[in-house]
Design a protein around this ligand. Sequence first.
Ligand SMILES: [Zn+2]
Length: 265
Amino acid sequence: MSDIHILSEKLNNREIQLLDLLRQYPLRIDQGIWILSEPPKNLVEYATNNVYTINLKALSTLEEKGLTEKQNNEIHLNHLGQKVAEYLQKVASHLQEKHNKQSTRQELSNAKLAKSNEMLELYKQGLSYREIGNQYQITRERVRQLLDFNPAFHEYLIEKKQAKAQAQKEQEEKKRQQQLAKSIIALYPEPVAELWDYEKNAALSPEEVGAGSTLLSPWFKCPIDGHSWQKRPNDITTSWNRGASGCPKCARRKKKPESHLLNTD
Ligand SMILES: [Zn+2]
């Protein structure tokens, strides 16, 4: 067996083809000219239809390798040649079988993918694994496996995740814009420019502080006397609405001469 294997390894494709041809039909040479001698043109012309000039060298090497013999104007395989040809045929059919199996596997895989794509469409419509499984009469676990096998499913999950992150980002930006619209600097730009104590408020920006906020007490600084004080935005804007700066020092100075008038309350 191994000798046959070694012999077959030494054959080129044309020799293998010829061997297979000889396995089925002996080669008749009507003019009686054996091919080990230099093949004259008439051999080519009278050889069977399947043998062309280009095969003649292969025919002679097959004889040199001891695989063919001549008998009654025919070239046919000898015992060894027959064995090698059968061996090669077996190898070829084995390869063919393997190829067929691969094709079948490919077809099955394609069918599986097609089914998985259908399920993916249902999944995109919002159906659960169980609901999809009910439609195909399979378990939810089988649905999960079939989807997991599909690269498109994983792409969809990534896209969905990205879309969710994007929506969240947009929502946050919308919230920030809404907050900004209600901020102390948006509603009272001039008093804030004049009075906001950027130094003491440090990282706290007037864009982050709502005009109606009662939770924080940012610092304000009077441009007249340099006095700095803390006030809740809701309270200081009440002063601003009245046209006052809200500075307690300035208010005291104003109030002093009027103080006796306010004794009624
Ligand atoms: Zn003041």
